[in-house]
Design a protein around this ligand. Sequence first.
Ligand code: TXA
Ligand code: MG
Length: 328
Amino acid sequence: MNRGSREIAEAVAALRRGEVIGLPTETVYGLAGDASNATAVRRIFELKGRPLEHPLIVHLADAATLGAWALDIPRAARALAERFWPGPMTLILKRARRVSDLVTGGQDTVGIRVPSHPVARAVLTQFGGGLAAPSANRFGRISPTRRAHVLSEFGNSVPIVLDGGDCAIGIESTIVDLSGEHARILRPGALGAHELERVIGRVAHGRHGHHGAPRAPGTLAAHYAPRTPVQLVAHAALVARQHAAKKRGERIATMSVGKLPPGAEGIAMPRSPGPYARFLYASLRDLDAQGYERILIERPPNTFVWTAVRDRLERAAAGSGVDPEDGT
Ligand code: TXA
Ligand code: MG
């Protein structure tokens, strides 16, 4: 057995014992445990510090076992699964009875995803069952996109963190709710509305609209947040803001779309949304670790292709500046 396959076999054995592991996926790293084992699922909540009513996504090796986890699967779900799985898409469906309240947060729906990352696929295939896996960060913080991020979140409390390199997509999956009458995007992701619409026709956006819309805390206003205060700034205002901060003697970092303005410290982000998303969380972590008083982030263009990135930046700004270590 080579090193990679031995590590995967060990991870699968740990999952069978009800332990929780760090698992790379193409979107972000997950904190994975056996979705059918209440002890494992409780441990995930405990490690993340996540409130119990916030549901987890169940990850499967393929769509073949979907019927064991969801009921009344609509044709649109089958069509999306066929087209986009394995990949960065989570479907919200009516849950089958076997799915525990712990996983669904007591709701009558369940989130299901088939990831495409080869390590995640190997683990899921060998494990055989469903893996509950939220992003491997403490509740409300920045999602991890490389192994070192997971280690820095959980240290020794999660001894097995498989290495899958840097996540190719870098932001969490697109969540599509198909449990109601109309398809609805609950969380935007790299897979955009237009691509979904090409397969199933009109897709609504946002959490509101249909009665009893499921809760999705990934959609809380404050999420994915650095400790350093983050401010979103229009391109036109960036230079002036920076000057004003300098004048006040403030140490600020800038995250620009494309080149940094002259004299600015910080990170020049890619000009297109895919590469930008890939570097986003690692860049936020980087800047957050450098002790700046503030991070100024240039607002990406207000166009459709930037929807998911804009969503994460707005949440990062809304939830930033609170240090959980002070118990606030
Ligand atoms: O890309 C991803 O989806 C990553 C990787 C690890 O797969 N996972 C992830 O999990 O982002 P988490 O727990 O950080 O975010 C899952 C989101 C939450 O906002 C949760 O509320 C929502 O999915 N969710 C899960 N089950 C749901 C349900 N039954 N109804 C509505 N939202 C649900
Ligand atoms: Mg998360």
